[in-house]
Design a protein around this ligand. Sequence first.
Ligand code: AMP
Length: 421
Amino acid sequence: MRIQTIRGTHDILPGEIELWQAVEEVARRQASLYGFSEIRTPVFEDTRLFLRGIGESTDIVGKEMYTFTDKNDESVTLRPEMTASIARAVVQHSLLEQNPVARLWYFGPMFRRERPQKGRQRQFHQFGAELLGARNPEADAEVIALAWSVVASLGITRVRLEINTLGSQAARAAYRAALVEYFTPHREELSEDSRNRLDTNPLRILDSKSPADAPFVERAPRLHDFLDDESRSYWQQVCALLDALEIPYTVSDRLVRGLDYYEHTVFELIGTELGAQAALGGGGRYDGLVEQLGGKPSPGVGFALGAERLLIAMEAEKVVPPVSARADVMVIALGDDTAAYSLRLLSLFRRAGLSAVSDVQRRSMKAQFREANRLGAKAVCIIGADEVAAGTAAVKILATGEQTTVAFAHAAAHVLSAVGQ
Ligand code: AMP
């Protein structure tokens, strides 16, 4: 029996992982430039966290969660996103009591039982950041700027930032009521999804891609007409800050995002040539979430970027990340009784900061040279019985072909001076 990965999950193999590491490195670097610290939370949580945090009317909670009953009859769920987990951690560890503001970033796998296709998996990865404890437009602008910087630093240019405001919870509630009133007479003409959403999450009808819904969505009431003065002023300040940072954006008053916890600012980064799964990431403000999870009222704003989609966008733009050599030095050990000497030489190289391997298959010299080239080695170090007896190493610098016999203890320094590391 050959067992394979589960549908919608993927191995990331050597050859691909270098690209992932480059993406993680860029994300980590940008997050630290913005003053964010990493947080790692468990991959599975008490199911109630997501029911409460994300909301039962959302697609994620309604149909996509991997939920199972543990042996002690507790219901647990593989995390479908991180914001709820972070809010839980902030409450559980009183993070906002030690500092008024928490700036947190994460990278890790998320799980949603969606129909797999290119750019949509059941286990996928997100890089994201959350800024908790501040309810001012500059916090929203900082978070959007970080998301934008990550995408830009990865070399992705074919991307559009869409932003919108959902207004305060009160404005959102008034708008929701107006949508129900507007859509209800057309109920039977709407798509099945939208009929369901009319009862559970009417704002999501605006997200519908169904042609049946298009004419009704087109004439639906506009959210911006329901904004109170405070919400409108907040929104204008966020836009002004993005202008000041020269971050280009388009205002999309149909952008609502799927989750219940958002209010005020919401945004998405859309890959402009990515087809059906074009959202590279998105986020927004969630001022009620921490309180809903039992903490003191604490505002928050954050985003998540999908790593798989970032990689697809980079591929589409032919962004080539730096691929580092898999070994700087290859030690070619020939004949019997050279293994101990060679392994000690490998240790010497590694202590000097050079990655080094030897051929553990005891192949011919020619085969070992071929392997050195395949690994991108800059130097090889040939060890036979003579070198062992003399306490030396024959070091060949591959770029120049120059070969020198040096004392064992000087081998690493010789390679370093020749290849300039
Ligand atoms: P969301 O939390 O749904 O707003 O997702 C944020 C980002 O995560 C999306 O824009 C995608 O880039 C990525 N993402 C969400 N769901 C999936 C999935 N099933 N497969 C791959 N990426 C996903």
